[in-house]
Design a protein around this ligand. Sequence first.
Ligand code: NAD
Length: 498
Amino acid sequence: MTEHITHWIAGKEHGGTATRTADVYDPATGRVTAHVALADAADVAEGVEAAAEAAKAWRATSLTRRTQVLFAFRQLLSERTEELAAIITAEHGKVLDDAVGEITRGLEVVEFACGIPHLLKGGFSEGVSTGVDVYSIRQPLGVVAIISPFNFPAMVPMWFFPIAIATGNAVILKPSEKDPSAAVWIARLWEEAGLPPGVFNVIHGDKVAVDALLEHPTVASVSFVGSTPVARYVYETGTRNGKRVQALGGAKNHMVVLPDADLDLAADAAVSAGFGAAGERCMAIATVVAVEPIADDLVARIAERMQGLRVGDGRRGCDMGPLITREHRDRVASYVDAGVDDGAALVVDGREPGEIDADGEGFWLGPTLFDRVRPDMSIYTDEIFGPVLGVVRASSYDEALSLVNDNPYGNGTAIFTNDGGAARRFQYDVQVGMVGINVPIPVPMAYYSFGGWKSSLFGDTHAHGMDGVHFFTRGKVVTSRWPEPSHGGINLGFPRHD
Ligand code: NAD
C-alpha cells in the first residue's frame, strides 16, 4: 500500500477536489512510496479562504503570544529533528547527516523569528510640531504564499515561514511535489506548538496550483525558490497581478583558487561543496577556476579525494546519495556525455560509479570530475544540478574574475587564497550576492539575508534577516495630535510643521 499525501488546510488533512496525483519516490530504491494530491484552482481558493480568515485573528494576537508559539515550535523541532531528517532522506535521497544539517539551518531562522518583538519595533518622534507626534509601525500583508523547490524541503520553506508567521501573516506553502511529506509534518508540528488552525496551510501541486496562487487576488505576496526560468515566470506573473514577489532562481557557483592558496584546503572544499547532496544544492560549487600554475596539482588532489567517497542509501552512513528522479539522473548523465563530446578531459567518470550501497533500482550517478572545461561548453554554461564538477584553467586573477562576472548567475562564489589583499579585492569586484573567503558554501546566518544577484534572484528583497521582516510587512506612518482646546481651525494649505 502506498501512502496518499493530502493538503493541510485550516488545521486538517484535506483531500481536495482535484483528482490528479503525482508519484513520490524513494530515490535510493527507485520505488514509489506515495501519491501526492495535485491541487486545482478550487483547492487553492479553499486554502486561501481559510488562511484569510485565520490571518485576521492571528494578526490581532499579541506579540507575546505569537512569540510563545514560535519558541514552542523551535523546541519541538529541535527535539524531533531526526524524525524530520528521516522523512527528507526517504523522499529526497540526501544522506541523513545532510538532512539534519538543513533542518539546523532552518532552525536558525526560527530562532531569529523568536526575536520578533524587537525586530518589529518602529520609530517614534515626539513633538515634530507643536503637540504633534509621528511614529512608524509595520503591519502584516495578510495571506502570503511560499513556493519551494525539491532540494531543501525543510530549510527553504523555513527561510520564509517563521518570519511570515511571526509578523502576523497566514501562510500557504506549496512544496515541491517531488518530496511533499516534510511540509505536512511541519504543519502538524505547528499545530502541536499552538498555532491556530489556518495560519499555516500546505497545498500540494504543480504549475496548476502555482498559477492559481499567482492569480488569486487575496494572496498578497509570493516567496519563490526554484529554477531560473520558473523564477522569472513567477516574478513576472505575480508582479503583473499586483503581488509583492521575491523569486530566487538557479545558480552556477564558481570557486576561484589562487596560486598561493592552501591546495589541500581547496581540494577538500571543492569535493565537499561539489558533491554534497549529490550537487543538488543552489550553493553547490559547479566550477573550480584554477589560476595557473596550480591546475595539475589541484585536479590531482581533488581526484584523489573523490576515490574515497562512498555512494549509497542515505540511511546507511554513505557520503553521497542518489539524484531526485530517474529523469534527472539521465539528464545529468547526458551532460557528462556532452562534456566528453565537447572535448573536456573526463578525470573521474560517475556514469560507472562502481559499488553502490543500496537495494533496488535507485537513481545513481557517481561523482564526476572534468578538467579543461571551456566557457562555451554546455557543462559550463548550464546549471546541471548534479555531482559534476568542472575545472576551468585561468591564467590570471583578472581572467578568473571575468569568468565569474560574465556568468548570468550570481548566487554564491568563493575564493581560496592566503592573500588578504586579493580576497578583499575579490569581495569588492565580484558580481555575486554571497561570497566565501576560504569558505566554499557561504550560506549567510539567519540574521543576515540570503540571496543571489543577476539571474539568481528576481525582486529586490533577499530571504530572511531584516529583508524578511520587511518583505512580510508593510510600513505605516502615523501623525498624531491630541487636540488641546485651541487647534488652529480649518486650513486648506498643505500640512506644514512648525
Ligand atoms: P523547479 O523550478 O522545477 O520547481 C520549483 C517549484 O516550482 C516547485 O514547487 C514546482 O512545483 C514549481 N514549478 C515547477 N515548474 C513550474 C512551472 N512551469 N510553472 C509554475 N511552477 C512550477 O525547481 P526544482 O527542480 O524543484 O529545484 C531546483 C532548482 O532550484 C535549481 O535550479 C536550484 O538552483 C534552485 N534553487 C535555488 C535556490 C536559491 O536560493 N537561489 C535554493 C534552492 C534551489
